[in-house]
Design a protein around this ligand. Structure first.
Ligand code: SF4
Ligand code: SF4
Length: 138
């Protein structure tokens, strides 16, 4: 996956196409207190990998990153920022240590919000009601 400055990764992506995305973490803990375990080696999304999550939606099990779709996403703002990243960076649950996240150099949330996003990312699971995002993919 080629990353450019214009094409940073969204760490909370819900891919519509199976062949898009990179699994960089696995959700552990409980539904009330989820904790992400970050993968030493992120894996490209495949049908076989998604099948491992069945019967739940893959985003309940996996943390998936894919190129930010900017103005096609409802979280994108006119000032060219991601509102979901702002929300994540001010959420209640925060950890002292920065996670050993392998996508950091390409992550839009890190670029935009810095450590504030990373300190909270471990408890941030994409497929909950609070965090659901509706991408307007064409
Ligand atoms: S604007 Fe949308 S796609 Fe881009 S990083 Fe934010 S939530 Fe993800
Ligand atoms: S830990 Fe930081 S760099 Fe990694 S996905 Fe979360 S916000 Fe992005």
């Amino acid at each position: 996956m080629k990353i450019t400055n214009k094409n940073k990764l969204c760490p909370s992506f819900r891919p519509n196409e199976m062949n898009k995305g990179l699994v960089y973490g696995v959700v552990s803990g409980t539904s009330k207190n989820p904790q992400v375990v970050y993968l030493e080696k992120p894996e490209k999304v495949t049908n076989a990998l998604y099948a491992l999550a069945s019967p739940v939606h893959p985003t309940e099990i996996f943390k998936i990153a894919a190129p930010c779709i900017s103005d096609k996403c409802k979280n994108w703002r006119a000032d060219k920022s991601c509102n979901l990243a702002k929300h994540a960076a001010t959420s209640d649950v925060s950890y002292d240590l920065l996670p050993a996240c392998k996508i950091r150099k390409d992550c839009l949330w890190w670029e935009q919000e810095g450590k504030s996003a990373c300190h909270r990312c471990k408890s941030w699971v994409t497929n909950t009601k609070q965090m659901t995002i509706n991408h307007k993919l064409d």
